[in-house]
Design a protein around this ligand. Structure first.
Ligand code: SAH
Ligand code: MG
Length: 216
């Protein structure tokens, strides 16, 4: 084993020490599941990590692709200054509506808004020229990640960060025999980040992995 294995015990220790998941976010997970929304939000330790990243980058403007129930959007909006802005894109109107209500409940409606629609359409039309952004979080349909990256890089400020979630593809990222489109999509995205001369990247094995890059 290279590196230190991250056992459940260690994860509990991390989350007790650096608790980014408060009662509101805990309840959000419960209510989302009751509403039939899949339990695929970022992990609590990822939430703490992202908040450190956002504050470290001095992020004011954030774009997210894939809102789900609003867990990561609320997490990120909380790490922005009061006049910061987060826009999050969601194709499923039920998810978008649920997340909007949670954002309002969290008292973040003044800085976070959900746009309902296909992320590709929104990026290419409504949001064309809406940059520069300080931070972009990609966490939606995996086969489209590479396309999102292409559209987002020119929308970022120099020094801005792009993060792609599920960079370890549910543990299958290094399984060369897989034919699963989501795994292949993630592998192509990681490769695109690694090869892009406009970016300096790395892969952080937290949660299901975050591929993280700074725009030069
Ligand atoms: N970022 C969320 C989890 C997102 S799960 C969190 O950590 O809390 C992925 C979400 O992307 C789902 O809600 C799904 O409906 C949405 N999605 C899938 N394809 C999409 C697309 N083409 N455009 C916008 N959203 C999409
Ligand atoms: Mg994810």
């Amino acid at each position: 084993m290279k590196g230190t294995p991250v056992t459940d015990e260690v994860i509990d220790y991390i989350n007790e020490l650096f608790p980014a998941e408060d009662e509101l976010l805990r309840q959000l997970r419960v209510d989302a599941e009751a509403a039939g929304i899949p339990p695929i939000a970022i992990s609590a330790e990822q939430a703490a990590f992202m908040q450190v990243l956002l504050r470290g980058a001095g992020a004011r403007r954030v774009i997210e692709i894939g809102t789900l129930a609003g867990y990561s959007a609320i997490t990120m909006a909380r790490a922005l200054p009061d006049d910061g802005e987060l826009v999050t894109l969601e194709v499923n109107p039920l998810h978008a509506e649920f997340a909007s209500a949670q954002i309002a409940r969290a008292g973040l409606a003044h800085k976070a808004r959900v746009l309902t629609g296909s992320a590709l359409d929104l990026l290419e039309r409504d949001l064309a020229g809406s940059g520069p952004y300080d931070f972009a979080f990609i966490d939606a349909d995996k086969p489209a990640y590479r396309r999102y990256l292409e559209l987002l890089v020119p929308m970022m400020r120099s020094g801005g960060l792009i993060a792609g979630d599920n960079a370890m593809a549910w543990g299958r990222i290094a399984d060369a025999s897989t034919t699963e489109a989501n795994v292949i999509g993630m592998r192509e995205f990681n490769r695109a980040v690694a090869d892009d001369q406009r970016l300096q990247g790395c892969l952080v094995p937290i949660g299901d992995g975050m591929c993280l890059a700074v725009v030069r």
